[in-house]
Design a protein around this ligand. Structure first.
Ligand SMILES: Nc1ncnc2c1ncn2[C@@H]1O[C@H](COP(=O)(O)OP(=O)(O)OP(=O)(O)O)[C@@H](O)[C@H]1O
Length: 292
C-alpha cells in the first residue's frame, strides 16, 4: 500500500514536518568542537527539572520586534498556558522552539544540553518536541488505527509500509493511545469521516505515538463543540505529568478549566505569569489584554 500525502485541511496552514517519514537521522552540531552526534529524546537531560528554557530571545521582521528579550522556563511535566492579544508573539515563540524561525538573539534549550537554535525542524521533532497546528493534519483516507500506526516511532528500516507486521507491544501502544484520545470505538473508521474535534484528537494521538517529551498545542479547541472542548481539557490534564505541554489558546473558559500556571505575552515579552486569578487581576494585563 502506498502512503498518501498528509491532507492539509487549510491551504494557509503550514504543513508541519513529518519526521518519521522518510526517516531522518538527526545530528547536532556542537558550536565549539564542530563534531556531530545523533540526538534523540533519550538524551534529554531533565536533571534540573526544566524541559524548556528560553532566555533573552529576540526576533525581528523588517525591524519590527515580534519577540523582544523573551525569557521563559517550562518545568518537566508542566501544563503551561500561554495567552496574549493578537500579535503578542505566541506563534513566533512556537516557531523559535521548533526551529522554524531562528532568533536574532538569545538562547533556547531543551533540557540542560540540547541547544534548539543549532537544530533543524526535523531534528527538533526527533529530539522530542511535537507541535500541533490549529487545523488538523491527518491522513484522511486512512483509518484512525492506520494513522496512529503510520505515526509510530519505530525502526524505519523495518517498518516501511503498512504491510509490516505489528509487534504485540506496538499493537498495545496503539490501543492505549486510542483509549487516551477516546477514539477506541472509531479505530476502523476512515479518518476523513471524523468530526472536527475527533480529528484534532487523532492528530494529538499521532503526536503521542512519537513519544514527545514536550507538546506545543496551538489553539487546540478552536472550532470545537462544548462537549469536545471539555473532553480535550480532560485529555490535556491526563497528559500533564508524563508530558510537558505548552498550550496557546484564546478561549478563556478552556484556559480556566486546565490552567495551573499562565504566561501572558505582550509585544514579544512576558507581561505577567502566575495562576489565572493572579494574571487576571494584574492591572497591566487588564490594561493591555483582558480589559480591551
Ligand atoms: N514572517 C513575518 N513577517 C513579518 N511580520 C511577522 C511575521 N510573523 C509574524 N509577524 C508579526 O509579528 C507579530 C507577532 O506575530 P505572532 O503571529 O507571533 O503573534 P500571535 O501572538 O501568535 O498572534 P495571534 O494570536 O493573532 O495568532 C505580529 O505583529 C505579526 O504581524
Amino acid at each position: 500500500m502506498k502512503l498518501e500525502e498528509p491532507v492539509i485541511a487549510h491551504p494557509h496552514d503550514a504543513p508541519r514536518p513529518w519526521p518519521w517519514w522518510p526517516p531522518a537521522k538527526p545530528v547536532v552540531r556542537e558550536p565549539a568542537g564542530g563534531y556531530s552526534r545523533p540526538i534523540d529524546s533519550s538524551q534529554l537531560d531533565l536533571a534540573h527539572g526544566v524541559v524548556l528554557y528560553l532566555d533573552g530571545i529576540s526576533v525581528s521582521f523588517d525591524g519590527f520586534k515580534a519577540l523582544n528579550n523573551l525569557s521563559l522556563a517550562i518545568d518537566a511535566g508542566e501544563l503551561r498556558c500561554i495567552i496574549g492579544p493578537n500579535g503578542a508573539g505566541k506563534t513566533t515563540m512556537m516557531d523559535v522552539i521548533t526551529g522554524k524561525t531562528r532568533p536574532d538573539a538569545g538562547t533556547a534549550f531543551f533540557g540542560q544540553t540540547i541547544d534548539l537554535t543549532k537544530l533543524t525542524e526535523a531534528q527538533i521533532a526527533h529530539a522530542g518536541i511535537g507541535r500541533k497546528f490549529q487545523k488538523p493534519t491527518i491522513f484522511e483516507r486512512h483509518t484512525v488505527f492506520e494513522n496512529l500506526e503510520i505515526s509510530m516511532k519505530a525502526d524505519k528500516r523495518v517498518r516501511k509500509t503498512l504491510f509490516a507486521k505489528l509487534s504485540s507491544e506496538e499493537g498495545d501502544r496503539i490501543a492505549a493511545t486510542l483509549g487516551q484520545i477516546r477514539l477506541a470505538d472509531n479505530a476502523k473508521r476512515v479518518a476523513g469521516e471524523l468530526s472536527h474535534g475527533q480529528k484534532q484528537w487523532l492528530e494529538i494521538g499521532m503526536l503521542l505515538m512519537q513519544e514527545p517529551k514536550l507538546l506545543l498545542l496551538d489553539e487546540p479547541v478552536a472550532g470545537m463543540s462544548d462537549d469536545e472542548t471539555e473532553r480535550t481539557a480532560e485529555l490535556f490534564l491526563s497528559l500533564a505529568g508524563q508530558h510537558s505541554l505548552v498550550v496557546v489558546e484564546h478561549d478563556m473558559s478552556f484556559i480556566a478549566r486546565i490552567a495551573k500556571k499562565v504566561t501572558v505575552l505582550h509585544e514579544g515579552s512576558v507581561l505577567a505569569e502566575g495562576t489565572l486569578d493572579t494574571v487576571q487581576s494584574d492591572p497591566r494585563v487588564i490594561e493591555v489584554y483582558l480589559g480591551r
